[in-house]
Design a protein around this ligand. Structure first.
Ligand code: AMP
Length: 287
């Protein structure tokens, strides 16, 4: 497994692979790897000849006061896990390498970035789209694998890749969960003892919503009300949003006719956790 820290070396390596006729799968991450990340990597490994991952905590997607400095990091642990799943290259750049002096170009994916996390984190998707565009130009992948756990992010990336003719296949993978249903996240490391139980209210409210939908409920506000009540009944929780959106436009829906997603963002103690359920899908929400 190679560890590459500079843009130039990564681009040269990808060019050399492409000259040999090899195809590249790419999984961007912010590190502190868990089984959810590893499942994306296993999928990438299956799909192409060479698997590149990036580990980079991208400062442009964090607003002042968010957890950029506190974000959990463990490069040595990540290296071991990556090696075990057969990663070929870890791209591990510094901030200066990604944002050198004079940097001033950003990518805005307009409509699908507006709702949900775009409301509470106004610069978030600009940062995500910009860094992913840069990483795609550096790693030059044929396919990239993202998690459906960050549902809106996946929609934003697919839109950007299509709109800017990047010619990269974007694959979404189902959310990997703990046995009790909690969606895996690097930010779960922030949860204190009592908060861990309260964090289950996210996946449990999704399960509740799924059951209501299966019983024929199609009113978004009816489902949202029940999901909110369930979350609010747990200690340590503070809701950022509970919304039901059209999966194509990410706009709120009232009557669920087309494919729609219930998306949640909730602070549980310090961390703000997200989760979602696409109605009508067979799901792995346990607990
Ligand atoms: P992050 O390191 O949190 O930026 O995530 C990197 C990638 O892993 C993104 O595509 C996420 O959607 C994906 N991911 C994070 N958590 C999970 C999970 N529990 N299941 C599936 N994918 C995940």
């Amino acid at each position: 497994m190679k560890i590459i820290k500079t843009v130039r070396e990564m681009q040269e390596y990808s060019d050399s692979l492409r000259r040999e006729g090899k195809e590249i799968a790419f999984v961007p991450t912010m590190g502190y790897l868990h089984e959810g990340h590893l499942n994306l990597m296993r999928e990438g490994k299956k799909r192409r000849d060479c698997l590149v991952i990036s580990i980079y905590v991208n400062p442009t997607q964090f607003a002042p006061g968010e957890d950029l400095e506190k974000y959990p990091r463990d490069f040595e642990g990540d290296e071991r896990l990556a090696q075990d799943v057969g990663v070929d290259v870890i791209f591990y750049p510094s901030d200066r390498e990604i944002y050198p002096d004079g940097f001033q170009t950003y990518v805005n994916v307009e409509k699908v970035s507006k709702n949900l996390c775009g409301l509470s984190r106004p610069i978030f998707f600009r940062g995500v789209a910009t860094v992913c565009n840069k990483l795609f130009n550096i790693v030059k992948p044929h396919v990239t694998v993202f998690g459906e756990k960050d549902f809106q992010q996946l929609v934003v990336i697919k839109r950007m890749v299509a709109d800017l003719n990047m010619g990269i296949e974007v694959v979404g993978m189902p959310t990997t969960r703990e046995p009790d249903g909690l969606a895996m996240s690097s930010r779960n490391a922030y949860l204190k003892e009592g908060e861990r139980e309260s964090a289950l209210s996210l996946s449990r409210s999704l399960k509740l919503a799924k059951e209501l939908y299966e019983d024929g409920e199609r009113s978004a506000s009816g489902i949202i009300k029940k999901a909110r009540e369930h979350i609010e009944n747990q200690p340590h929780t503070k809701i950022d949003y509970v919304k039901i959106c059209d999966t194509a436009t990410m706009e709120d829906v009232e009557i669920m006719e087309k494919e729609s997603v219930l998306a949640l963002a909730v602070w549980v103690g310090f961390p703000r956790l997200i989760d979602n359920y696409v109605f009508g899908e067979s799901s792995n929400i346990a607990g």
